[in-house]
Design a protein around this ligand. Structure first.
Ligand code: GLN
Length: 246
C-alpha cells in the first residue's frame, strides 16, 4: 500500500496538447509509480465540473491559436474562480505555451483577436509574425530547483512579465518569453508557465521531482522527501541537448 496519492488534472487534453506535452503527465505518473505513489488523472474538457481543492497538480499544455480560441471562454467562465482558490492554497500548476498564455491577462493574436486569460499569472502576450522556434536551454531561477532546463519552443506569441511574477529562468540559448529580454517563463506561488515543450519533464527529471515534492508537501506536510531514482538516461538526454546548442 502506498502512503501517498496524487490527484493530477490535465486541462483540455483534446484541444491543448502539442509537441508531446502529454509526455509531462506520463513522466509525472511514472516517477510516482516507481516510488509506489499512486495517482489518478482527471481530464478536464469543455463543460467539466471540477472541485479544484481536491486537485494536487494540474497541467495545461500548448495549442494552436485556434485550439486556444475554442476553450478560452470555457476556461475563464467555468474554471477561473476555482483554479485561483486552489492556486492560492498552493496547488501546483504547470502550463506550457498556449496554456501559459491563457493563464495570463490576455493573448492578442497576430490576427487581432483578443483572448482574455484568467489573470493567474501577471503576464500578457502579443502575437507577432515572427515564429520563435527551436531548442531552448535556460538556467533555472528557482532557488530550490537550480540547474539547466532544456526544451523545444515554437510560438509566435511574445509574453511580457509584470511585477507579480518571477521568471522561471534565464535564456542561455533560444528565445524564451519574447526573444528580447532574456527571460523565460513565469512563476507565481506554485504556478509555472513556460514555452518549453519537449516534452519538458522527461528530459528535466529534477524539475519533475521538484513539482511532485511541492504537490506532496502541500497534501502530506513539509517532511515529505522523494526517494531518488536512477536518472542516468534522462540526464544523458538532457546533456546531449545542452552540448548540441551551447
Ligand atoms: N498559439 C500560440 C503561439 O504560437 C501557442 C503555440 C504553442 O502552444 N506552441 O504563440
Amino acid at each position: 500500500m502506498s502512503a501517498y496519492h496524487l490527484r493530477i488534472a490535465q486541462l483540455y487534453p483534446e484541444q491543448m496538447n502539442i509537441y508531446g506535452d502529454r509526455g509531462n503527465i506520463l513522466a509525472l505518473q511514472q516517477r510516482c509509480a516507481w516510488r509506489n505513489i499512486t495517482t489518478t488523472l482527471l481530464p478536464i474538457g469543455p463543460g467539466t465540473h471540477v472541485d479544484w481543492l481536491e486537485i494536487d497538480l494540474a497541467f495545461f499544455g500548448g495549442g494552436q491559436d485556434s485550439g486556444q480560441a475554442l476553450i478560452a471562454a470555457d476556461f475563464r467562465e467555468r474554471q477561473a474562480v476555482g483554479l485561483r482558490k486552489a492556486a492560492e492554497s498552493g496547488m501546483v500548476l504547470l502550463s506550457i505555451c498556449g496554456g501559459y498564455q491563457l493563464l495570463g491577462d490576455y493573448f492578442l493574436t497576430h490576427t487581432g483577436e483578443k483572448l482574455p486569460g484568467v489573470g493567474l499569472l501577471d503576464v500578457y502576450t502579443i502575437g507577432s509574425n515572427r515564429r520563435m522556434i527551436g531548442n531552448i536551454v535556460i538556467e533555472s531561477a528557482l532557488p530550490d530547483c537550480p540547474g539547466k532546463l532544456v526544451g523545444f519552443e515554437n510560438h509566435s506569441g511574445a509574453t511580457y512579465l509584470g511585477a507579480g511574477v518571477q521568471p522561471l529562468g534565464r535564456v542561455l540559448s533560444g528565445y524564451g518569453n519574447n526573444g528580447e529580454d532574456g527571460s523565460e517563463g513565469a512563476v507565481w506561488r506554485n504556478v509555472f508557465g513556460c514555452y518549453m515543450h519537449g516534452s519538458l519533464l522527461p528530459k528535466n527529471p529534477h524539475f519533475a521531482d521538484y513539482l511532485l515534492t511541492l504537490a506532496l508537501r502541500r497534501r502530506y506536510g513539509s517532511a515529505v522527501v522523494l526517494e531518488p531514482l536512477d536518472d542516468t538516461l534522462e540526464l544523458q538526454a538532457q546533456r546531449t541537448m545542452v552540448e548540441r546548442v551551447l
